[in-house]
Design a binder for this molecule. Structure first.
Ligand SMILES: C[S@@+](CC[C@H](N)C(=O)[O-])C[C@H]1O[C@@H](n2cnc3c(N)ncnc32)[C@H](O)[C@@H]1O
Length: 249
């Protein structure tokens, strides 16, 4: 029904309705905990998937986006001498990405704020070397490891949330950060603040630009390693993956 309406309704009406829904969601999420916000998103299948299934979004299954990302992680950890080390995956979601990283690490810790998802992951995939912990990466201390992955997580957080997490990334040797960016004709507005939630800054022609205020990661510790066109989302955009090496700052 929804897709039928989308086909027959004028584009401007669809656009108006989308913006109305986003504004309502932001209003509702203001002041809610990360746990409440993201648990709700999975419970309502707001990022897709069959009813009752945990689904972290198209960005985690689209092979055009996933395969090059996995190759990049493999090549980078091999080159940096970090193959076979401990990986910490912040905002691990449904583990569709994480399980493909297992060949490159000796231990894997998946972290997410959604308890039923973490429990499901631990039950289905937990073993001596793979574990899942329910933590709020904004408020809690992070698990120990050498390589940290933060894939399509910051794009859903407020600027203050991101600042809190960035402070805690200093202890890792390598942090691999993936984010969604707009590529329209107008110059993007860096780091427009948002309420934490399922949407991203892209529809507001913004994204998370880590080397500029309020984040200010030193340019020399951050490098763009991969850029892929995103075709599943509204509007044009790219998924960029950065290598952040805190100690090289
Ligand atoms: C779009 S999903 C990405 C999942 C996975 N990284 C991937 O690429 O498939 C974002 C994930 O971040 C998690 N997340 C958001 N805020 C968090 C927080 N404060 N602490 C821990 N996890 C969080 C969400 O629950 C969700 O599973």
């Amino acid at each position: 029904m929804k897709s039928l309406l989308r086909t027959i309704a004028p584009a401007c009406l669809v656009e108006w309705y989308r913006n109305y829904r986003r504004a309502k969601d932001r209003e509702r999420n203001r002041g809610r905990s990360s746990e409440a916000v993201f648990t709700d998103i999975y419970a309502k299948n707001a990022w897709g998937g069959a009813k009752g299934e945990f689904f972290s979004g198209r960005g985690s299954v689209d092979e055009d986006l996933v395969a090059p990302y996995i190759s990049l992680v493999s090549d980078t950890v091999t080159r940096d001498g970090l193959a076979g080390s401990t990986f910490v995956d912040l905002g691990c979601g449904d583990f569709r990405i994480g399980h493909r990283l297992l060949p490159f690490c000796s231990r894997y810790t998946g972290v997410d704020v959604v308890r039923p998802l973490v429990d499901r992951n631990q039950e289905q995939y937990g073993c001596d070397t793979v574990r899942f912990v329910a933590l709020d990466i904004v408020a809690d201390a992070l698990p120990v490891g050498e390589v940290c992955l933060v894939r399509q997580v910051f794009q859903h957080l407020s600027n203050q949330d991101i600042c809190s997490v960035l402070l805690k990334l200093q202890k890792f040797k390598l942090v691999i950060i993936t984010e969604h960016y707009p590529t329209g004709t107008e110059a993007p507005v860096p780091n427009l603040d948002k309420v934490r939630g399922g949407d991203t800054r892209v529809l507001d022609n913004s994204g998370v630009y880590l080397s500029v205020p309020p984040f200010n990661l030193p340019e020399q510790s951050l490098s763009l390693a991969l850029e892929l066109p995103v075709t599943y989302a509204k509007g044009s955009g790219v998924l960029r993956t950065f290598l952040y090496r805190p100690l090289s700052a």
